[in-house]
Design a protein around this ligand. Structure first.
Ligand code: IDP
Ligand code: MG
Length: 153
């Protein structure tokens, strides 16, 4: 089923100038970019994005890291996009991420593991609404060869 998911190329990815290469992997796989922005977020947005991790020992470090520099937020669309992107990103801990995955190829540290991706239908809907305003996401128009701006699904 066609899904939409949120991906972040975290500040380490932007700082290492890997944003384009990481995005290219998703494009090459066949996913469509339906939203895209370069942003340096504040603590308030970081806490909303990582709300499920509030209270965990790594939470403060995570918020400090995600607010440390600009990141790229990408809305991707495609068949089973949510699980497909998680598989492409690889395990959270880079040492356990399979070669061929983004983390398995390009990262070594859990705290600097380059990418975020929504992990469920629910988190994808919540996160896309946090990162993209209605009207910032694209969708196919009725004519299949044309992109149009549309309100968030
Ligand atoms: P995910 O990014 O693979 O979905 P989550 O468990 O949602 O992983 O954790 C969010 C992020 O928090 C991870 O990508 C990683 O950067 C960081 N993180 C998770 N667990 C730890 C930990 O035990 N120590 C340090 N950082 C962690
Ligand atoms: Mg997660």
């Amino acid at each position: 089923m066609t899904e939409r998911t949120l991906v972040l190329v975290k500040p380490d990815g932007v700082q290492r100038q890997l944003a384009g290469r990481i995005m290219a992997r998703y494009e090459e796989r066949g996913l469509k970019i339906v939203g895209l922005k370069l942003v340096h977020i504040d603590r308030e947005l970081a806490e909303r994005h990582y709300a499920v991790h509030k209270g965990k020992p790594f939470f403060e470090g995570l918020v400090a890291f995600i607010t440390s520099g600009p990141l790229v937020a990408i809305a991707l669309e495609g068949p089973d996009a949510i699980s497909l992107v998680r598989t492409m990103n690889g395990a959270t801990k880079p040492a356990e991420a399979a070669p061929g995955t983004i983390r398995g190829d390009l990262a070594v540290e859990m705290g600097q593991n380059l990418v975020h991706a929504s992990d469920s239908r629910e988190s994808a809907a919540t996160e896309l609404a946090i990162w993209f305003a209605p009207g910032e996401l694209l969708a196919y128009g009725r004519e299949i060869d044309r992109w149009v701006l549309s309100p968030q699904a």
